[in-house]
Write a protein of this length. Structure first.
Length: 129
């Protein structure tokens, strides 16, 4: 398993407000958006040379962040982090946007997304189907 890159995901009840804040305060530029039922529920923002994502969580409690980690093999990464003390939240599966994704909580409870980009997701799905 090789890590390719990672970025934080901020969770909010008001995605438009938080995206506007980062755009105004840090010149963030939207590079990706995912809609569900015609409503934007996730955006990726370019902030300088970095990426910050914001996910809509209408029932979210206090502000929370998660970490998205792109890996070359989601299933192997999922097994490895579980063996080393993580707790499973969601088994690896193909998402509507084409990536293969799993969710775990690290030993301190931080949510980690383990993902393979769409080109790698198809190969990983074929290997496990």
């Amino acid at each position: 398993m090789a890590v390719q890159r990672s970025f934080p995901i901020l969770r909010t009840r008001d995605l438009e407000r938080l995206e506007a804040f980062y755009a105004a305060a840090l010149d963030a530029r939207r590079t990706y958006a995912f809609e569900d039922d015609g409503r934007v529920v996730y955006v990726a923002l370019e902030v300088g040379a970095s990426t910050v994502a914001i996910g809509l969580e209408p029932s979210a409690g206090p502000p929370e962040a998660a970490l998205w980690i792109y890996v070359d093999d989601v299933d192997a990464a999922f097994d490895r982090v579980l063996e080393r003390g993580a707790t499973a939240v969601a088994q690896p599966e193909r998402m509507p946007w084409g990536e293969r994704v799993a969710q775990v909580r690290d030993p301190d409870g931080m949510l980690l997304y383990l993902g393979a980009e769409a080109s790698g997701a198809a190969a990983s799905d074929a290997a496990t189907d």
